[in-house]
Design a protein around this ligand. Structure first.
Ligand code: FE2
Length: 250
């Protein structure tokens, strides 16, 4: 069954690609090389196609989404979210004796500044070596550096964890080979992932980055936006990331 939306979008993609081929006088050998490159996704790891698209276009869809939102800036969810994260009150499980302690705190409100009581906030991030629990043998359960907490009537939250690290996206398949051929690297800046759900507001998915951190200006998936870069404070010798959420109505 024909779909006008598909026709409009794909038709424009085809037109845009034709213009690029023409602009660069792409030859038959180059065209065949591109087809052979795409064929490598057959038999590649199942995440390679989502990865290859997300690294160039996921952040763009967030930018488009923000045209219709007035609240806090959204950003990519990434592949390491786990819905069934451990319920936490004020701290995430961390690998003891590793990394630098950090507190993440803030408030969750609607656009008018009204605190959201009972908002669910998922927080997840890498360990101090850049790996996610549930994805490496030394953290087989998806429980370290993850949690979901619930706000009270004041909409506030505060959770203790440790500072994450930059990491590389998977780059041993065709998507990584493409980055390399383009002279790009596979690194992402250190970041914290957040997801907020509350019946009164639109689901909110975002990331926070650290001012001055490696790759903040050169994220391989081009996901950093100015509003998402935070300066860390320090309280009693512990780093503090202040992150407020102002959320659009559902
Ligand atoms: Fe991440």
């Amino acid at each position: 069954m024909a779909n006008n939306r598909v026709d409009a979008v794909v038709g424009d993609i085809i037109e845009a690609v034709r213009n690029v081929l023409d602009k660069h006088d792409v030859t038959f050998p180059e065209y065949r090389a591109a087809v052979a490159f795409l064929a490598q996704y057959n038999g590649a790891a199942p995440y390679e196609i989502p990865l290859g698209l997300d690294m160039f276009f996921n952040a763009t869809i967030h930018d488009i989404e923000m045209k219709n939102r007035k609240g806090s800036v959204t950003a990519l969810e990434g592949p390491y979210f786990r819905d069934e994260a451990p319920a936490v009150k004020d701290r995430l499980k961390v690998l003891e004796g590793k990394g630098e302690p950090m507190i993440i705190e803030g408030t969750i409100t609607d656009l008018s500044g009204e605190p959201l009581d009972g908002a669910e906030l998922w927080i997840w991030h890498s360990d101090p070596d850049g790996f996610y629990s549930g994805f490496v043998p030394y953290m087989p359960e998806a429980d370290y550096y993850r949690g979901v907490l619930k706000t009270g009537p004041d909409g506030a939250y505060s959770v203790r964890t440790s500072v994450p690290a930059p990491y590389t996206i998977p780059h041993d398949g065709p998507s990584g080979a493409l980055l390399e051929a383009m002279g790009r690297h596979p690194w992402r800046p250190a970041h914290i992932h957040f997801k907020v759900r509350h019946p009164k507001v639109l689901d909110h998915i975002t990331q926070s980055y650290f001012q001055g951190g490696s790759y903040v200006d050169d994220d391989c998936v081009e996901g950093v936006r100015p509003d998402l870069i935070h300066t860390m404070d320090e309280r009693d010798g512990v780093k503090v990331l202040h992150k407020d959420f102002v959320l659009d109505p559902a």
